[in-house]
Design a protein around this ligand. Structure first.
Ligand code: NAD
Length: 347
């Protein structure tokens, strides 16, 4: 392996620039050497952050893959364009890290996993919420038996007034889904991660598009709003008897944002915001929240990128393997399918 792993980006927009590049730039054994974005403006802004010369900026990722001898490709395109560059990069012999939601459908995820298997490289999905100090502490608590057997979880990312007015988030052909895909995926992934990824069986769900055109909601251009929902709510049953309630909104007539991932088990529970661990001990329900849970500094993206690189260097497994993302994607797809069918569906 060479001294510095050569990293290229496909998609050099907001999340690439604001959260991924700082993660790569702090790693001494990696260098960002090339960027590919269909927008010249995005390429130029990101080139400044990553210190990439003009001759290494591309608008066609196939050309970048052919020219740059990359070790790693970081895919930060809109959701509908995750699968194609991921598969192309794996076929070019690169390890790949790709933003959430991993793809636009479960079938696309299966194709990405097949490409990963053919290439024998690592494929990792960005789920940065897992890598906060609190989430790492919660995982340790649950894994070591702190809550006993988990049987119910709540995964809610409910924004009262938060329809994204920028980027691709409200455009169906780019993002495929609305808040269900965009922010629901974060909290659902974290809940499943803490529960140990049980096998989902059925989903009953509904979606709504009721208030996105109200004056207090509208920072966006209504003509661009083509994703199916502003609110998605679902109830997921797992083969082991556990259940998860999911909710994600960009607009809801609530007093404020209501974000929560909470896992309830036979011996205790976890609540992420505010971070609280409880456990039945000595005939009482004790608050077991750690006083110190780390330095609090590392953003989830940087921590995940560092772990991904470590896995590449040590022959380990991806910190967020696509098999787990496939389970999450099946549930998200199930939410839309159930909402459309008006009944519970198998996932
Ligand atoms: N993990 C997180 O916290 C988080 C936060 C925001 C966004 N995201 C995800 O990151 C991805 C990108 O979101 P963003 O906010 O950076 O959006 P963005 O619109 O700022 O950036 C996306 C970039 O991809 C480029 N692009 C589109 N098609 C392309 C193609 N075929 N080849 C090369 N470039 C192409 C666009 O020109 C744009 O610059 C989305 O999947 C989104 O869900 C994750």
């Amino acid at each position: 392996m060479r001294d510095k792993l050569r990293v290229g980006f496909v998609g050099a927009g907001a999340i690439a620039r604001g959260s991924h590049m700082p993660g790569w730039l702090r790693l001494e054994d990696c260098e960002i050497v090339a960027l590919c974005d269909v927008s010249e403006k995005a390429n130029a802004a990101s080139a400044e952050v990553a210190k990439v010369g003009k001759q290494h900026l591309y608008s066609d990722y196939e050309k970048m893959l052919a020219a740059e001898d990359l070790d790693i490709v970081d895919v930060c395109t809109p959701n509908a364009y995750h699968a194609a560059p991921t598969i192309a990069a794996l076929e070019a012999g690169c390890h790949v890290i790709v933003e959430k939601p991993v793809a636009a459908s479960a079938d696309e995820v299966r194709a990405m996993i097949a490409a990963r298997d053919r290439s024998q490289k690592l494929l990792c999905v960005v789920q940065n919420m897992r890598f906060s100090n609190e989430a790492i502490a919660a995982k340790r608590f649950v894994e070591q038996g702190g809550i006993g057997r988990p049987y119910w979880a709540k995964a809610e990312y409910l924004r009262a007034r938060g329809v994204p007015a920028w980027g691709a988030f409200i455009v169906r052909e780019l993002s495929t889904g609305g808040p269900c895909y965009d922010i629901g995926v974060h909290v659902l992934d974290l809940a499943l991660h803490l529960m140990g990824f049980p096998e989902p069986v059925t989903v009953s769900a509904n979606t709504w598009l009721e208030i996105s055109d109200k004056p207090s909601v509208m920072a966006h251009d209504p003509k661009r709003y083509t994703v199916p929902e502003e609110l998605a709510v679902g109830f997921v049953r797992f083969a082991n008897g556990a259940c998860v309630s999911v909710g994600a909104s960009w607009a809801l007539n609530a007093p404020g944002n209501q974000n929560q991932v909470a896992i309830y088990g036979t011996e205790g529970g976890v609540q992420m915001w505010p971070f609280t661990l409880v456990r039945e001990e000595y005939g009482m329900l004790l608050n077991c929240t750690p006083q110190v849970i780390g330095d609090g500094g590392a953003g989830g993206h940087s921590e995940e990128i560092a772990r991904f690189v470590n896995a590449i260097q040590t022959g380990g497994t991806a910190p967020v393997p696509p098999e787990q993302a496939l389970i999450t994607q099946r549930i998200l797809d199930g939410i839309y399918a159930s909402a459309e069918a008006g009944e519970e569906v198998e996932v």
